[in-house]
Design a protein around this ligand. Structure first.
Ligand code: AMP
Ligand code: MN
Ligand code: MN
Ligand code: MN
Length: 276
């Protein structure tokens, strides 16, 4: 267990708990410093902050920005951002706009694969009308019996080469790090072990991220295996990046780790929270 969890989602994006419920759960589980990092959206932070003040825990203003780098989707977490900063707010609003058309394309691709009614089906799981994502489609596909759980859906659908996957242009890496920095935050490369990259591409991503003003890389995350905790601790040192830790909690029964369910950073890492 860790008292620090710097990656989590609420109903403002694709999490299952309201911001206040998420903070309550974190506090009950012994988390003292929590970052709410909804996808492309900061609208949950005010409610989360009010609950954090009540519960006596520290809320870090966060966001997880969708980025296209080298034709691949990667995620950049911003920590300690100012959600009211116009450059950041405008950039995020633009990304959210693109999600609607993408959802229509996902639905029509699923339709071609024989899955009917997925747009309405996904919408029934959407908790923020501005933020429809693959998780909402995944929950619909579980409901229809196409897989036992959300992770199972992503093995058969919604990822490259599978039904329901559509290419999409998100923000550029330099835009995401630029908006985060302009608003006073630190940019963190999220769950790098999840991307389909060979060693050379992985190193170019880390170098490009550092060059773009990135501050840290997630070393301990619900998306990494214990082996990857060690290897990304090595990459952090090699590329002069701080190390972050977060569960990427979306809700009970989804994902590997609950809030605060995180081992310590491997030795030799400088934690990103040393900068808070
Ligand atoms: P989107 O931003 O709409 O592309 O959706 C991305 C979200 O889908 C991630 O934040 C996760 O919540 C979910 N997701 C992606 N890949 C997986 C996976 N392999 N297993 C479980 N959830 C996944
Ligand atoms: Mn998500
Ligand atoms: Mn992510
Ligand atoms: Mn996430």
């Amino acid at each position: 267990m860790s008292e620090i969890d710097l990656h989590s989602h609420s109903t403002r994006s694709d999490g299952l708990l309201r911001p206040s419920e998420l903070v309550g759960r974190a506090a009950r589980r012994g988390v003292r410093v929590l970052a709410l990092t909804d996808h492309d959206e900061t609208g949950g932070l005010a409610e989360a902050r009010a609950s954090a003040d009540e519960a006596g825990i520290t809320l870090v203003n966060g966001v997880e920005i969708s980025v296209t780098w080298n034709g691949q989707t990667v995620h950049v977490v911003g920590l300690g951002i100012d959600p009211g900063h116009p450059e950041l707010a405008g950039g995020l609003a633009q990304i959210r706009c693109g999600r609607r058309g993408r959802a229509e394309r996902i639905a029509s691709d699923l339709e071609s694969a024989g899955v009917k009614g997925s747009l309405a089906g996904a919408q029934a799981h959407v908790t923020n009308p501005d933020l429809v994502g693959r998780t909402h489609f995944a929950r619909f596909l579980v409901e229809r019996g196409h897989a036992r759980n959300v992770q199972g859906v992503f093995r058969k659908f919604l990822t490259a080469g599978k039904p329901g996957y559509v290419a999409h242009q998100w923000a550029a890496l330099e835009q995401a790090t630029g908006w985060i920095r302009a608003s006073g935050g630190l940019a963190v490369l999220a769950h790098p072990g999840r991307y389909w990259l060979d060693e050379q591409e992985r190193c170019s991503l880390l170098a490009a991220f550092k060059e773009a003003g990135g501050a840290a890389v997630e070393v301990v995350t619900g998306s990494h295996t214990p082996d990857q905790f060690q290897s990304y601790a090595g990459y952090a040192r090699r590329f002069g990046l701080l190390a972050s830790a977060g569960s990427d909690f979306h809700g009970q029964g989804e994902g590997r780790r609950d809030l605060g369910d995180l081992p310590e950073l491997p030795a030799g890492c400088t934690p990103v929270w040393s900068q808070f």
